[in-house]
Design a protein around this ligand. Structure first.
Ligand SMILES: Cc1ncc(COP(=O)(O)O)c(C=O)c1O
Length: 408
């Protein structure tokens, strides 16, 4: 019988001891038109295959400076405190909320989508008291409702989602919301995961105190290093906390040692993800941030024209349509899951279903970053029309394709 003293070679071969035979990595070549990740520009993928340097190498320190400068440009901010957080968008989100919300603080969060709910969970775990400003899924926040909730609850922090990926709603009137919050001395945290680099976002001009994002949406970069920016006022609150944040890894007062002037070790940065982000942000700077917002509007406009001409409706009103995430209503009698599966299997094309209150009601079609181009939009409108017709939907696929072609 094998015991812990039996030499390895004499141990009976089991699933655990046998070396697995796993083939070379050959992922399918998808066209990514879902809620993220989006298609990655080949330049970003090439940057990811360049040689590794150490996270304290002078060459990497220079790269860190460049990434911070490019992030400030993309966020439209002069905030000194602008960094990529190691991890996905949720890490930047938790870094924002977990540092700014102190135990006993009140945070006002929205109810109009999935990610407002995630804000609430994170604020609660940070020891905060959560209060809500109500709006239905698929609608933006009304400034009057926000003002009323601020007056009623007098929160320390107000969080809102600029681009709600679960509903395809772009929050308009941002400067009005931030002004109302500041009248009550509340700091404002904006979720810009699906807006940064694709939809107009002006952190300084709109007086947003803290904004976080993800790289895999309109920046078209693989997930792994996620943008975060904090104003001096917000950072002052973070640095004068009475109690340490509950996460050591995301404690901004410790991360300050690495991303601030000292450049001392805190944790090993995801070097390759930082390379990728640098290249993705270089692409933003080359294109020009405003031209990039304009491209997203044009490409998503062609997509929207196509699905509407086909006979499908978008869930949000035009005034708060989010170009980077199109919430298209599932036509009557159609199984959304079957359509999504066929697009993936037969067209290598990814779109997604609705979440939460909108499950089964909408398709979520992204138009982000490198995916926001004529080739992808044309392919999407043609494939979707064809699959919906095969599913027996009462639509006009040819009219959709024609309307998109006219706009491109
Ligand atoms: C609006 C919004 N916030 C937060 C997140 C969380 O980001 P991640 O999934 O990268 O952790 C997402 C992801 O889709 C998002 O769309």
């Amino acid at each position: 019988m094998a015991s812990e003293h039996t030499p390895m070679a004499q141990q009976p071969s089991t699933e655990a001891t046998r070396a697995p035979s796993v083939g070379e990595l050959t992922p399918p070549n998808r066209t990514l038109m879902g809620p993220g990740p989006s298609d990655v520009n080949p330049r970003v993928l090439r940057a990811m295959s360049t040689p590794l340097v150490g996270h304290l190498d002078p060459a990497f320190i220079e790269i860190m400076d460049e990434v911070q400068e490019l992030l400030r440009y993309t966020f439209r901010t002069d905030n000194q405190w602008t960094i990529p957080v190691s991890g996905t968008g949720s890490a930047a989100m938790e870094a924002a909320i977990g540092n700014v919300v102190e135990p006993g603080d009140t945070m006002l969060v929205p109810t109009n989508g999935y990610f407002g709910g995630r804000m609430a969970s994170m604020a609660q775990r940070a020891g905060g008291k959560v209060v809500e400003v109500d709006a239905p899924w698929g609608e933006p926040l009304e400034p009057d409702d926000v003002a009323d909730a601020l007056a009623e609850h007098d929160p320390d922090v107000f969080g809102f989602v600029h681009a709600e990926t679960s509903t395809g709603v772009l929050q308009p009137t941002v400067p009005e919301l931030t002004a109302a919050a500041h009248d009550h001395d509340a700091l404002v945290i904006a979720d810009s995961v699906t807006s940064l680099g694709g939809v107009e976002l002006r952190v300084d001009e709109w007086d947003i105190d803290v904004a976080y994002s993800g790289p895999q949406k309109c920046l078209s970069c693989p997930p792994g290093a996620s943008p975060l920016t904090l104003s001096d006022e917000a950072m002052e609150k973070v640095l004068s906390r009475e109690e340490d944040p509950r996460s050591w890894y995301l404690d901004l007062s410790l991360l300050e040692g690495y991303w601030g002037e000292e450049r001392a070790y805190h944790h090993t940065a995801p070097i390759t993800n930082v390379y990728a982000l640098r290249e993705a942000l270089r692409l933003v700077a080359e294109e020009g941030i405003e031209a990039r917002w304009e491209r997203h509007l044009e490409m998503a406009g062609a997509l929207k024209a196509g699905v509407e001409a086909m006979g499908l409706g978008l869930n949000p009103e035009d005034e708060y349509w989010l170009p980077s995430l199109n919430a298209v209503r599932v036509p009557d009698g159609v199984d959304d899951g079957a359509v999504i599966e066929t697009l993936l299997e037969n067209y290598d094309l990814e779109i997604a279903s609705g979440l939460g209150d909108l499950e089964g009601e909408i398709f979520r079609i992204g138009c982000m970053g490198h995916s926001a181009r004529p080739k992808n939009v044309t392919y999407l409108v043609n494939a979707l029309g064809s699959v919906l017709e095969d599913e027996g939907a009462d639509i006009d696929a040819a009219a959709g394709a024609e309307a998109t072609a006219k706009k491109l």
